[in-house]
Unconditional design. Structure first.
Length: 317
């Protein structure tokens, strides 16, 4: 019964967040200076053509009417129609084509960040106060201060232009070739992963050091268990709970990094679609992309809660 109540509460809060996020994006797009009709038709369009365009796409309707019409369509899976970015195409089709690329880059970056941070954080904590700890901590501080777009250009300069190991621009879709997607997506994923890995490794190091001082760890050592056994069975698992929470909180940064890095590396993902739609004042496209991003963040937070419950059943009680 308690689990059902928790699910109902989370579902209700998720629906409210989706509604609120959609409303905020809708109002912000209308607050931006410019005319969607003029952006779609060009500066040379006649006043009559602009008026007909606005009437055709209901841009003259009151804001409340426009938003409620969009909401009714969204509840049935219709996110509207692009009026300028890809005139006549549904926003859902644009999102469906671009979303797999964004999810692939995001998952790729997250996997790299987890691998780097778990390795660096574990080494730093287990070698506390030694050279390895200093190097790992210093490296984390440096990587946290690196903007992902700047790091992307540095990676292109080194690994593409100088060494020629990876393409400087363009992306092979996972549906066409997984190996090609892994190769062409490595630099954009790494540009996103490195700053996140710095944050994750510092968090993991801090929680590991705190867990090392717990009474049950001291008792395990006193019972004669080896250092390796104590680390993996008593320290590491308990330290993962705040670490996993930190990973979930960084989902927003991950999506923000994807939007920027997709432009740098020419990845045809949902971030690029959203940016193009914003410049074209294509409200339907921007709003559809924002709702998808918000839904991803909500789902990630839900998964984090479930994982934390598995690591420590007391949190689910």
């Amino acid at each position: 019964m308690r689990v059902l109540t928790w699910l109902l509460v989370r579902t209700g809060s998720a629906a409210f967040m989706l509604l609120l996020g959609s409303l905020v994006v809708f109002l912000l797009m209308h607050a931006v200076p410019g005319d969607a009709a003029l952006a779609a038709l060009g500066d040379q369009a006649s006043p009559q053509a602009i008026a007909d365009f606005r009437r055709l796409h209901h841009l003259d309707d009151p804001l409340a009417v426009q938003f409620l019409a969009w909401m009714r369509g969204a509840l049935h899976g219709d996110l509207g129609t692009s009026i300028s970015l890809a005139g006549g195409f549904s926003t859902a089709s644009l999102v469906a084509r671009a979303l797999p690329n964004t999810l692939f880059i995001g998952a790729y970056a997250l996997a790299l960040a987890l691998a780097i941070s778990i390795t660096a954080g574990s080494i730093a904590a287990s070698r506390h106060g030694r050279v390895e700890d200093v190097l790992a901590t210093s490296g984390a501080i440096v990587t946290i201060s690196m903007p992902d777009f700047w790091l992307g250009y540095v990676l292109v300069l080194v690994f593409s232009l100088e060494l020629g190991w990876f393409p400087a621009y363009g992306f092979t879709r996972p549906g066409e070739s997984v190996a090609g997607a892994l190769h062409s997506g490595f630099l954009p994923a790494l540009a996103i992963a490195v700053p996140m890995a710095g944050i994750f490794s510092r968090m993991l190091r801090a929680t590991l050091l705190e867990t090392f001082r717990r009474a049950y760890v001291t008792s395990a050592r006193a019972m004669g268990f080896g250092r390796f056994f104590v680390f993996w069975h008593y320290v590491f698992r308990n330290a993962l709970i705040p670490y996993v929470t930190a990973v979930g909180l960084q989902a927003r940064y991950l999506l923000g990094g994807v939007v920027v890095v997709e432009r740098v590396f020419g990845v045809p993902g949902i971030g690029s679609v959203m940016v193009d739609g914003a410049f074209a004042r294509d409200i339907s496209v921007v709003q559809g992309c924002a709702v998808v991003f918000l839904l991803i963040v909500i789902l990630v937070n839900l998964v984090v809660d479930l994982v934390c419950g598995l690591l420590d059943p007391r949190t689910a009680a």
